[in-house]
Design a protein around this ligand. Sequence first.
Ligand code: NDP
Length: 243
Amino acid sequence: MSGLNGKVVVITGASSGIGEATARLLAKRGVHIVIGARRLEKLEAIASAIRTEGGSVIVQQLDVTDLKQMQAIIDVAESHFGGIDAIVNNAGVMPLSPMDALKTEEWNQMIDVNIRGVLNGIAAGIPIMKKQGFGHFLNLASIGAYEVSPTAAVYCATKFAVRAITDGLRQEMAGQGIRVTLVAPGVTESELAGSITDNEAKELMKEYRRIALPASAIAHAIAYAIEQPTNVDVNEMVIRPVV
Ligand code: NDP
């Protein structure tokens, strides 16, 4: 029996890319998964494929910027499965642009989804995890949480913030049986670059995408952290393509 079998894991942003790959992998390994994102039809299609293979999955439409919706997906997971072993705060957006393009709406969107969304996952998760006396937060950052590059100032700022929040959370959860993991991927195949509207940023991204990792590589890293014995907390994982 693997350290994953029978666990209950909530995954945000599971309608594509890393979240979808993580959902598919964990379901194959016997995890009850609860998947959320805004595009319900994509979630339903993924859930249907998972069920065909014998997996256990619940779908919930979710906008992570809304704390009530985040609370609702946690409540659904708890009422169906009696508890939650882990929350993967994965939902994110990346409309890159140079700062002087003044795409202030896109800056705000990144702040809302990438920072507020993770905070909402934490806010919804802490009470149930404290009540249970166990739990695991896995927050998706990026190598952009360690270094900044042109067109990515605001995106990297949101990921620096996720890294700071995650480390603070880890320190504060000490002694409560709650594990905290930062997952920091390098460039990975997904729909993430699809939100870029700026031409300069689109061109730069084409170069990066040539070396992209498959989303399954990040899913395996997430599975590794979750399946460790409960006294093992994998704090930080940086996963880069070989160049
Ligand atoms: P995708 O664009 O493929 O996936 C992003 C997911 O987030 C989608 O399922 C999307 O679903 C969801 N999402 C976006 N906004 C919201 C919202 N407001 N509420 C709920 N869900 C939302 O990209 P990735 O798989 O690459 O991204 C996953 C995470 O990995 C992100 O945090 C990203 O920053 C991070 N990352 C990605 C890297 C890469 O190169 N791909 C590198 C480093 C980090 P929907 O539109 O249906 O809501």
